[in-house]
Design a binder for this molecule. Structure first.
Ligand code: NAP
Length: 254
């Protein structure tokens, strides 16, 4: 019974962008399934509340949680952090690259800074974590789950930077899946559609209405809809799945 309830007992998970939104929901799900979770945000203070909630969710299985801060786009700092997590939490089994930003702008108005900031955070940030975690994940036969976006598959006007970063993340996912398969590391992407978080809160009511009308399931997604997909890929059910993109969008991209 316990193994069914806590299939991730004894596993250590790193979740980036865990202070809020989708990352927080993922961290909580993994903790509830027994994983010890390293909640990463731009600062440890920002990740603290999520880590406390994870510690509570994981209490029944003896899982721990801790808060860490790093700018995911900084290669050396990420390598140091991954080392620190292993030392403090006792290994590394699951990596969820979820940290992400938008800087929406029409192509002709988009600045170089807006392009670079999005690609550096969303794509290079994931590459930084994957590279720093590859050895420990080979050792633990671990899992990598990258949070992409349907926009990485379809493109979107006003999001040339963001769509490129997410399409790149899907290419990164498939390449890493091929490269690490012989070491029993599975690497997949989850591509959410429109999910209610801070990232989408600025969209005005009229635009949201139009968007919802285009979603076959007739509603926007919740952070936990994405977290459940991640939970599956991180758990026993994901053992024979690699290099895939699991779309969680209520049918939006159909
Ligand atoms: P959110 O609410 O805006 O949260 C973003 C998270 O990323 C925060 O925890 C933030 O930390 C962290 N972060 C941002 N830049 C960082 C950096 N340079 N270093 C470290 N952490 C950083 O976003 P969300 O809506 O939950 O989105 C999570 C992921 O899902 C993103 O990759 C996003 O692209 C993707 N996604 C979202 C949607 C959607 O509709 N919401 C759809 C498709 C894909 P701080 O709190 O410290 O700033």
């Amino acid at each position: 019974m316990t193994e069914i309830e806590h299939p991730l007992r004894g596993k250590v998970a790193v979740v980036t962008g865990a202070s809020r939104g989708i990352g927080r929901a993922i961290a909580l799900r993994l903790a509830a399934r027994g994983a010890t979770v390293a909640c990463v945000a731009t600062s440890a203070e920002r990740a603290r509340e999520s880590a406390d909630a994870c510690a509570q969710a994981g209490a029944a299985s003896g899982a721990r949680a801790a808060a860490y801060g790093v700018d995911v786009s900084k290669t050396a700092a990420v390598a140091e952090l991954v080392q620190q997590v292993q030392t403090e939490l006792g290994g590394l089994d699951i990596l969820v690259n979820n940290a992400g930003i938008t800087r929406d702008q029409l192509l002709l108005r988009m600045s170089e800074e807006e392009f670079d900031a999005v690609v550096d955070t969303n794509l290079k940030g994931a590459w930084n974590f994957i590279r720093a975690s590859a050895r420990p994940l080979m050792k633990s036969r671990g899992r990598i789950i990258n949070i992409a976006s349907v926009v990485g598959l379809t493109g979107n006007a006003g999001q040339s930077n963001y769509a490129a970063s997410k399409a790149g993340l899907i290419g990164l996912t498939r390449s890493v899946a091929k490269e690490l398969a012989s070491r029993n590391v599975c690497c997949n992407a989850v591509a959410p559609g429109y999910i209610d978080t801070d990232m989408t809160a600025a969209i005005d009511a009229k635009a949201k209405e139009t968007l919802v009308a285009a979603i076959p399931l007739g509603r926007t997604g919740a952070a936990d809809d994405v977290a459940q997909a991640v939970e599956y890929l991180a758990g026993p059910g994901g053992a024979y799945i690699t290099g895939q993109v699991l779309v969680v969008d209520g049918g939006l991209s159909l």
